[in-house]
Design a protein around this ligand. Structure first.
Ligand SMILES: [Zn+2]
Length: 127
């Protein structure tokens, strides 16, 4: 089966399921469940990405996963992140073999942005 045909079959099945279960899917309980599933998915992908990228900041070695960010080595992160869904982005990082991503802690990520003058503000920090 071709990819287009597979997508068409999935679209039709999804449309049918959504129409049949509209009330259930719009209920607050279902929305809460769905947010939980999506959070679990994101957390699982982030854990896999952190493991792939070394579980520590590439500059200073900081290891707390709560402050580790996915950094684009050559910049352009905002443009890429806004051009696709979060799910697509996480899978792209996970499947990347070019080395265009690294982990940086929040401090090192901000310092790098200052060094590369990537802030969109009119005046530099401290003025
Ligand atoms: Zn760091």
């Amino acid at each position: 089966m071709s990819l287009e045909r597979t997508k068409a079959v999935w679209r039709k099945a999804t449309k049918k399921y959504t129409a049949k279960n509209k009330a259930k899917m719009e209920s607050p309980d279902y929305q809460t469940l769905r947010r939980g599933w999506e959070k679990d998915y994101r957390d699982r992908k982030r854990t896999e990405i952190n493991a792939k990228l070394g579980n520590q900041c590439a500059r200073c070695g900081f290891t707390n996963p709560l402050a580790l960010c996915i950094d684009h080595v050559n910049g352009g992160g905002v443009a890429e992140r806004t051009s696709m869904s979060q799910k697509t982005f996480l899978n792209k990082v996970l499947n990347d073999t070019t080395g265009m991503y690294q982990l940086l802690c929040a401090n090192c990520n901000l310092i790098k942005r200052h060094e590369r003058d990537e802030f969109w503000r009119k005046y530099p920090c401290g003025t």
